[in-house]
Design a protein around this ligand. Structure first.
Ligand SMILES: [Fe+2]
Length: 317
């Protein structure tokens, strides 16, 4: 049987009365998905990141070791709007990925409850791949009362890897009305952990949360050399916007182009002088003449200083 409880973030005490209030509030149908920050143009702006270690946040009372090793943090029938979170765990140069980092996440459900046993719903752990990437599918957590005020929607993280300090933190979402009064989310150093969400159709949203640990993995970035890297596109396949995340490791002229499988260029998403950093662009499935491309397989290619770094497949539905 599913065992759940509400909690006080500091003490962990069960507060039934507060849960009832939270349920009433949710029944009003207020939902806090912000509008997409990205335009629909294929020439969407790139967003640069700052190179500072990700800041910590409180552990809260509901961390449990031994969360299921899964990227399906929410079962398919878990009530709530689906949420897809992905990101890269990076060294403190903000470009060297950290493979083999254990990412543990836990969150409240759509009724402001945390599971405590035995199925450990809405808890998951995963290990970053060779490119430092992690991703999981879940549902949007509900805000819940903590003392006299609501905590904003949040997902707890614990990121650990031998040789690095363990990071305990929380992820928040832009547009959440409860951030301003929350003693933790309103901290200036939490700003980088308040991410935009991008609607991807239906009641689904995606967000990217890259994590910088305060240490260095001590190996060269990856087999693609010193110039850049491009993550797998997301979502893939896609019927709407496809997000393309890439790293540039040195100042250079950078291009991101979409081609068909024969190498014919359909549209240029990025073509500019760029400095080192992490960037995101998006493709809306149209060619340079704004005509929608047919369903099928395309390639997103990163070119740095005239050199093709790598391509990632983009499946259009
Ligand atoms: Fe919490």
């Amino acid at each position: 049987m599913k065992k759940t409880t509400t909690h006080n973030e500091r003490s962990g005490s069960i507060e039934r009365r507060q849960f009832i209030k939270a349920g009433t509030m949710l029944g009003l149908g207020s939902f806090l998905i912000p509008q997409s920050l990205f335009g629909r143009s294929p020439l969407a702006p790139e967003v640069a990141g700052d190179c500072l270690p990700t800041t910590d946040d409180i552990l809260g009372p509901f961390y449990l070791a031994g969360a299921p090793n899964t990227t399906m943090v929410a079962a398919a029938d878990e009530p709530g709007d689906r949420l897809f979170i992905s990101g890269t765990v990076l060294s403190n140069d903000c470009s060297t990925p950290i493979p083999g980092a254990l990412v543990e996440v836990w969150q409240a459900n759509n009724s402001a409850l945390y599971s405590t046993a035995p199925g450990l719903e809405l808890r998951g752990s995963m290990t970053t791949d060779e490119n430092g990437q992690y991703a999981f599918e879940t549902i949007m957590p509900a805000p819940y009362l903590n003392g006299a005020q609501y905590r904003p929607r949040h997902i707890h993280y614990k990121v650990s890897r031998p040789g690095f300090p363990t990071l305990v933190t929380q992820l928040y979402f832009e547009g959440d009305e409860f951030i301003a009064a929350d003693p933790w989310a309103s901290q200036p150093d939490a700003a980088e952990r308040i991410i935009p969400l991008n609607p991807i159709g239906g009641d689904q949203n995606e967000g990217v949360f890259d994590i910088v640990l305060d240490g260095f993995v001590g190996i060269k970035p990856n087999r693609y050399g010193d110039d850049g890297y491009m993550m797998p596109t997301y979502p893939n396949p896609s019927a709407d916007l496809t997000s393309i995340h890439f790293n540039v490791f040195r100042n250079a002229q950078v291009k991101v182009v979409i081609t068909n499988l024969d190498g014919r260029e359909l549209v240029t998403l990025v073509d500019k002088q760029m400095s080192q950093g992490r960037f995101t662009t998006q493709w809306n499935g149209s060619d340079a003449s704004a005509n929608a491309c047919a369903a099928g397989t395309y390639l997103a290619t990163l070119i740095v200083a005239g050199k093709v770094i790598l391509s990632q497949r983009v499946l259009r539905q």
